[in-house]
Design a protein around this ligand. Structure first.
Ligand code: EAX
Length: 326
């Protein structure tokens, strides 16, 4: 009787275990965070990823999308493995994969075609290949957009006026060095802290892409928008390398396909925001100032260039600047 009960319990436990294992292997949950709201260039990238990755994995991947505006913490969590993947700007990525900082050099790219071309070329591929050495897996390059200066009460008629101003920057050494060269007091902080810093006036201004300004209503907290386009801000889609290594070949392919779809959707939204966003911002009330003499901004930051060449190699910078569409 007792033996029978033990046997039955064993079978029952075995069944529970088997079902547990089956349902666990049937679906793998992939949590991905992104900065900015769902209705943004990153939100659309994440949604496109979810659709394609779930479909191509035959339903074995369950993608959960969450918002997280502290991009450094998101990267730390991915590296640590407490979340599977993240999308956002490369603002703090250089603190993890130092080599990617070369992309943050101001006035490096002439336009979107140039920037996208470099990221899609072997240069972008070589950089992605370095991620696993730093505990991250780079799925695909995304885009945050060319960055523009915004200020609160202070107006800027020329880069000279920037001297002594406190400008929030991303937690990015290259950006900080460039602003410092222009006489600015760069104030690095996570994006999650930016709205309150602007509202409280702890900084005189900030710089960001049109998609980010629009999606996060930063224009409501600023009076002037200067279309400086001083630096291209890439985006990145990363996952935890052990998570990727544990996927089936079909799931891995689904993540890669999803990554391509994310890039396409994200870039399309940046383009749309760039095309109609400036007008939208103008009608919402912020003063939009075209910059006739962008070279003046380039010159103001030029003192940082020698340091950048030393850090990243003049050869690589030249290779990026000289990229031409095939
Ligand atoms: O979502 O921190 C920043 O300014 C970045 O542009 C961020 O990606 C915003």
């Amino acid at each position: 009787m007792k033996a029978n009960l033990i046997a039955k319990t064993a079978v029952f436990t075995g069944l529970i275990l088997a079902t547990g294992i089956l349902s666990a292997s049937a679906q793998t949950t992939l949590t991905i965070t992104h900065s900015s709201p769902a209705d943004s260039h990153f939100g659309e990238g994440a949604a496109a990823f979810k659709k394609v990755a779930e479909e191509k994995s035959g339903g074995t991947l369950n993608v959960v999308i969450q918002r997280m505006d502290n991009e450094r913490e998101a990267l730390e969590s991915v590296q640590f493995g407490s979340q599977e993947c993240a999308m956002g700007s490369t603002g703090s990525l250089g603190n993890f994969v130092a080599e990617t900082r070369v992309l943050d050099v101001p006035f490096l790219f002439d336009n979107y075609v140039h920037a996208r071309g470099v990221l899609d070329s072997e240069i972008g591929g070589e950089l992605l290949a370095l991620f696993p050495q730093h505990g991250l897996y780079g799925v695909s390059w995304l885009e945050n957009g060319f960055r523009n200066l915004t200020t609160g009460t202070k107006s800027v008629n020329s880069p000279e006026d920037l001297r002594g101003m406190k400008i929030r920057t991303m937690e990015n050494q290259v950006h900080m060095q460039a602003w410092q060269a222009a006489g600015v007091l760069p104030t690095p902080m996570a994006f999650s802290e930016l709205p309150s810093a602007l509202q409280q006036g702890t900084v005189d201004g900030q710089e960001n892409s049109i998609p980010v300004i629009l999606a996060n209503n930063l224009d409501m907290m600023q009076k002037h928008l200067y279309l400086t386009g001083h630096v291209y801000s890439p985006g990145i889609f990363v996952c935890n390398p052990d998570f990727i290594a544990g996927l089936t070949p079909e799931q891995k392919a689904a993540v890669e396909e999803g990554g391509k779809a994310a890039t396409a959707a994200n870039r399309a939204r940046v383009e749309q925001d760039e095309n109609v966003g400036i007008e939208t911002l103008r009608t919402r009330g912020i003063e939009v100032v075209e910059i006739k003499d962008r070279d003046a901004y380039r010159d103001a930051m030029a003192a940082a260039n020698a340091g950048f060449e030393e850090q990243f190699g003049a050869e690589l910078i030249k290779r990026i600047r000289g990229w031409k569409a095939q």
